[in-house]
Design a protein around this ligand. Structure first.
Ligand code: FAD
Ligand code: NAI
Length: 477
């Protein structure tokens, strides 16, 4: 029997892969998508890192833990007294798992709706392309070889372990373990004050853990605008996150029920911390495990990413790669944009991903969101710019919400007034940043935003006011 033949085969059903598969099917191709992720019953769990152990479960726990913290403190200010408050962690984790499953099921439904054939198993290149395309071998719950005229590799990334301290997911946790701790640890250590460290550290601090964050770099959130990062460090420290910068980890040793980290602090002094759990969040590495890339001659770069050009083309004809497994920010929406663009390129269209307008969000409280360049980048690039900021303290909606920390900051070209960067720390920054993304996509000026009518009272008025601040014309501050 000859192999099943597909126009497009997508390897990986994370946000990059499943979106690429759907877009390719919409464009009229016969499409297969293969993913190996299994749920606790061994069934398929498409959605990748993002759905299973990333964006979705982390945001579910961030929401639940924020409710818990608000019920404990913030509600009081609103005149709501909560008596007998207690944490039901098993229910919180169960709800998180339900949210994940809803997303897994949603993707399977979308595959059916769009006539994408889904295979549950691990995909590997079976060799070079023949007359019928590339043979792709599937193993696991499904065992089959299919042929692909075009291949899109979207195999994502894995957590990077600290040398000498492999993840056991009991004491030394990656993002997977960090999202499934069954009892609130009294003392939680976090190595790496990046996005995962701050989000997961926030979750467990809100639920009662004493959190110590150990960061190697001397600066806090180096990729974030300095003014915003400074504000964030102040607010997170006030919340009780113990953030230590400029540390050097010397050793990590596990005991029966705890883990000891020896490190040198910024002053060069030897320190030691013993924790009930340790989250290691020091970045992620591209995942090409088991793909058999060498067999097909697929080239990786020196850091292990699949080497691609600006259009996500690999060195092999008709083989593309997208998302975390290629260069660029490791973000779900970046993976999705590349997925759509590649499907459209396969169809002969001109798909495009604008790397200059990819928004970043850190879902702490307050949230941090930005798009475009930071003030320090503009200085380094020698660009003459104007800056305008507006604090949420002066925003009526923020005051009504009882959530007034942070600010919106606009950076615009000194001559043309074109918006070059927008940086927000404050309530709903993740939603507010979209206006800035749209503005930058359309090459708007700060004056354009300043002249647009924004609903009152709304947090978005802070965006308009920050744009007005560029020319020192704020109306409410
Ligand atoms: P992945 O989502 O990693 O998916 C790859 C898939 O391919 C997996 O399902 C894997 O099982 C499968 N696979 C790999 N190899 C094979 C093979 N050989 N055969 C078959 N299947 C294979 N990003 C955001 O934008 N917003 C957030 O809020 C956010 N939060 C995050 C929180 C955490 C804790 C983490 C860890 C990440 C977060 N991210 C977030 C990053 C985001 O999860 C990734 O950028 C995104 O998942 C990348 O998508 P992808 O499709 O490239 O890969
Ligand atoms: P990260 O790159 O955000 O942060 C890693 C931090 O660890 C850095 O500050 C780095 O200086 C530090 N570090 C590295 N090695 C160290 C060492 N040996 N000792 C001490 N500190 C060390 O990586 P993270 O948090 O693991 O997240 C991985 C990626 O996942 C993110 O970069 C992001 O792309 C994605 N993500 C996105 C989220 C979002 O969009 N909200 C949420 C979570 C993850």
């Amino acid at each position: 029997m000859s192999n099943k033949q597909f126009d497009v085969v997508v390897i990986g059903a994370g946000p990059g892969g499943y979106i690429a598969a759907i877009r390719a099917a919409q464009l009229g191709f016969s499409v297969a998508c293969i993913d190996e992720w299994a749920n606790e019953k061994g069934g398929p769990a498409p959605g990748g890192t993002c759905t299973n152990v990333g964006c979705i479960p982390s945001k579910a726990l961030l929401q639940s833990s924020e409710h818990f913290e608000h019920a404990g403190h913030a509600f009081k200010e609103h005149g709501i007294d909560v008596a007998g408050l207690s944490l039901n962690l098993p229910q919180m984790l169960k709800r998180k798992n339900t949210v994940v499953k809803q997303n897994n099921d949603g993707i399977l439904f979308l595959f059916k709706k769009n006539k994408v054939t889904f295979f549950h198993g691990r995909a590997a290149f079976g060799g070079a392309a023949g007359a019928e395309g590339y043979p792709i071998e599937i193993s696991g719950p499904t065992t089959e070889t299919i042929n692909a005229r075009q291949v899109i590799v979207a195999t994502g990334s894995n957590a990077r372990a600290l040398p000498g301290a492999p993840f056991d997911e009991k004491l030394i946790l990656s993002n997977t373990g960090a999202l499934a701790i069954e009892g609130v640890p009294a003392r939680l250590g976090v190595i790496g004050a990046g996005v995962i460290g701050l989000e997961m550290g926030s979750v467990w601090r809100r639920l009662g853990a004493e959190v110590t964050v150990l960061e190697g770099l001397p600066t806090f959130l180096g990729a974030v605008d300095e003014q915003i990062a400074k504000e964030a460090l102040k607010l997170f420290t006030k919340q009780g996150l113990g953030i230590n910068l400029g540390v050097k980890i010397e050793s990590v040793t596990t005991g029966e029920n705890n883990v000891t980290v020896k490190y040198t602090n910024a002053k060069g002094e030897a320190q030691e911390g013993t924790f009930d759990k340790l989250i290691v969040s020091i970045g992620r590495t591209p995942n090409t495990n088991g793909l058999n890339a060498e067999k097909a001659g697929l080239q990786l770069d020196e850091r292990g990413f699949i080497a691609v050009d600006a259009d996500c083309k690999t060195n092999l004809p008709n083989v593309w790669a997208i998302g975390d497994v290629v260069r660029g920010p490791m973000l779900a929406h970046k993976a999705e944009e590349e997925g759509v663009a590649v499907a459209e390129r396969i169809a002969g269209q001109h798909g495009h991903t604008n790397f200059d307008t990819i928004p970043w969000v850190i879902y702490t409280s307050p949230e941090i969101a930005w798009v475009g360049r930071t003030e320090q980048q503009l200085k380094a690039d020698g660009v003459a710019y104007k800056a305008g900021t507006f604090p949420f303290l002066a925003n009526g909606r923020a005051r009504a919400l009882g959530d007034t920390s942070g600010m919106v900051k606009f950076l615009a070209d000194a001559t043309t007034d074109e918006i070059l960067g927008v940086h927000i720390i404050g309530p709903m920054a993740s939603e507010l940043i979209s206006e800035a993304v749209v503005a930058m996509e359309f090459k708007a000026s700060a004056e354009d935003i300043a002249r647009i009518c924004h609903a009152h009272p709304s947090l978005s008025e802070a965006t308009k006011e920050a744009a007005l601040a560029i020319d020192k014309r704020t109306l409410n501050f």
